[in-house]
Write a protein of this length. Structure first.
Length: 121
């Protein structure tokens, strides 16, 4: 594989890995919704202390997903590229598709079986 192509896949994986935590996904959702939030607001949403949320934000910042701006004593975060929410929308589509397929399997399993089918077990 071409080394540039390999580096590109590595960079993509870094972004995806950075989001691979429920708290970080909550943060990305909140920033997509609100535009920007201070760390103190995100601690309420995530339900974790400021230190933990700051560590999650550092992971997101190092991957290039969020950027921050210090205003006085407060630090505000926002998405660097708001289209990341479209990716999360795509993930939701996968989840819906999986749920639909599971539901179809459950419905098949709960349908009454014919006498012939039951006798052949």
């Amino acid at each position: 594989m071409d080394s540039r192509l390999h580096a590109r896949y590595q960079a993509r994986a870094k972004v995806i890995k950075a989001m691979a935590h429920p708290s970080r996904l909550m943060i990305v959702d909140q920033l997509a919704e609100a535009g920007e939030r201070c760390v103190c607001e995100l601690t309420d949403v995530v339900g974790a202390d400021m230190s933990t949320v700051s560590k999650h934000l550092t992971v997101l910042r190092q991957a290039g997903i969020v950027e921050h701006e210090k205003r006085g004593a407060m630090v505000f975060y926002r998405l660097r590229v708001p289209c990341i929410a479209e990716f999360l929308g795509c993930v939701e589509s996968v989840l819906r598709r999986n749920a639909d397929e599971q539901q179809a399997l459950v419905q098949l399993d709960t349908q009454p079986r014919s006498a012939n089918a039951q006798g052949k077990r």
